[in-house]
Structures are given as structure tokens and as C-alpha cells.
Design a binder for this molecule. Structure first.
Ligand code: PXP
Length: 247
């Protein structure tokens, strides 16, 4: 019996639309509640250093306004650690963050920052937060994530999705094999395995098929699709594809 696969819905880009006009709408909390009703298992929100989408007040509102777990995506900075320890979300996903990037472009270099990240993650884990490292499939990064005390890794599926849409199917399939090997290796080390970035209806199935993966975090595509069909139906359809792939 395969383990269930959770869907975390990332609502960052509801805030992107709101901020584009400096208005009070659309409200990310309303989107989160709708996602919850449509069957999301968790809500993900990334408070970036430059607050380009989610803002501090959104985190306050999400923390008290939803009944499903909140996954707080953040860079490994002292400011974000303080905010996480104040809010105590269910989970924190540590991501690399460069001011100039459009989205989270690459995985975190955990192996290259071992001692700082060990010190960084410790207080979060002690506070009862599930800490996840957003990394590529490199075995050295997976081992380093286990070594620093993270309980979870989130595998970066962005390159796999980009290769699919670029029509480079040989590279895409090689990337998929590497992600599969990474998921199996992380699982063998006792890490819980999540995946996310760039996933769409077209790309979700081979990722959802991997039995070690316990959670997918999906945002941009669902918010995009919501423009045409509404957020609830977009989430319901994504869930259906995930469940079908899982068998
Ligand atoms: N997981 C992580 C760690 C991310 O940084 C993001 C983007 O914020 C996502 C998942 C969701 O990616 P997308 O919005 O492309 O679905």
C-alpha cells in the first residue's frame, strides 16, 4: 500500500497579483481557505527578504486563519529564523534566495554550508518545527541535509519541468531518473521526501508516482490555472492526477 501523497498549495502568487496594484485584494488568506476546502493538505507561503509577494501580515493571518498545516518557506537568515520561532508553523522549508532571481532557481548548497546550517536548523527543530531543505538530487546534498538534523528534504523539480517544456525529453528523462535515485537515497537515510517547483498537470504524474515522496508543493501553475477555471477546480484536478499516478 503506497503511503499517501499530500498536496501543499503555495499561495504566493495571489499576493503577487494583489501587490501589482497595491490593493487589498486578492487576499491570500481567502485563497488558502479555498484551497483547504478543495482538498489541499497544507498551505505553503514564502516570505522573501524583499517581501515581493507574501508580507508579514499575511503570515500572521495564515497562522491563525487556516486549520491545515502551514509550511513557511524562507531563506536561512536570522530575521526569518526569528519570525519562524515566533509563529511556530508546522514546517519550515529552507530555500536559497537571491534578491535578483525571479523565483527559487537552484537548490540549497547544504554541503557547502554545513556548520552554519547545523546551528541554524537546531533551534527550529527544538521548537517542534519540521525542517525541510530544498535541494537538488545530488547525494552529497541529501547526506548533508541528514547530517545537519533536518527531518525532510524537498527535491527541486524545476529543472525537470523546464526540460519538459523545452522539449528536451532525453535530458528530462535523465533528470527524472536522478530525482528517483535521490528520493530513494533520502528515504534510505530516514529523511521524509517532498518535491516541488514548476509542477503542472503535464509534469506532475511521474513525480507523484515515486513512492518515497510524501508531499508535493505546487503554486504558480495552480494560481495560473485558477484564472481560467477557479482555484478550487484547479486543485481538485491536480489532486486527481496525483492520486491516479499514485495508484
Ligand atoms: N517548493 C519550493 C521550495 C519553492 O521555492 C517553490 C516556489 O516558491 C515551490 C515549491 C512552488 O513552486 P511553483 O510555484 O513553481 O509551483
Amino acid at each position: 500500500m503506497p503511503k499517501p501523497l499530500r498536496l501543499g498549495v503555495n499561495i504566493d502568487h495571489v499576493a503577487t497579483v494583489r501587490n501589482a496594484r497595491g490593493s487589498a485584494y486578492p487576499d491570500p488568506l481567502r485563497a488558502a481557505r479555498l484551497a483547504e476546502q478543495a482538498g489541499a493538505d497544507g498551505i505553503t507561503a514564502h516570505l522573501r527578504e524583499d517581501r515581493r509577494h507574501i508580507r508579514d501580515a499575511d503570515i500572521d493571518a495564515l497562522r491563525s486563519g487556516i486549520d491545515i498545516p502551514l509550511n513557511f518557506e524562507m531563506a536561512a537568515t536570522p530575521e526569518m529564523q526569528e519570525i519562524a520561532l515566533r509563529h511556530l508553523p508546522h514546517a519550515c522549508c529552507i530555500v536559497p534566495e537571491k534578491r535578483e532571481e525571479v523565483t527559487t532557481e537552484g537548490g540549497l548548497d547544504v554541503a557547502g554550508d554545513l556548520s552554519r546550517l547545523t546551528d541554524y536548523v537546531g533551534p527550529l527543530v527544538e521548537a517542534g518545527i519540521r525542517v525541510s531543505m530544498f535541494i537538488g538530487h545530488d547525494p552529497a546534498q541529501i547526506e548533508a541535509s541528514a547530517k545537519i538534523g533536518a527531518q525532510v528534504i524537498e527535491l527541486h523539480t524545476g529543472h525537470f519541468c523546464d526540460m519538459h517544456y523545452a522539449g528536451d525529453f532525453a535530458a528530462r528523462d535523465a533528470e527524472l531518473e536522478a530525482l528517483k535515485a535521490g528520493a530513494a537515497y533520502a528515504d534510505s537515510l530516514g529523511l521524509e521526501v517532498h518535491a516541488g517547483h514548476g509542477l503542472t498537470y503535464e509534469t506532475v504524474e511521474p513525480i507523484a508516482e515515486m513512492k518515497q515522496i510524501r508531499e508535493l508543493n505546487i503554486g504558480h501553475f495552480l494560481i495560473s490555472e485558477a484564472i481560467f477555471v477557479g482555484l478550487g477546480p484547479a486543485i481538485v484536478h491536480m489532486r486527481k492526477l496525483m492520486d491516479a499516478a499514485r495508484g
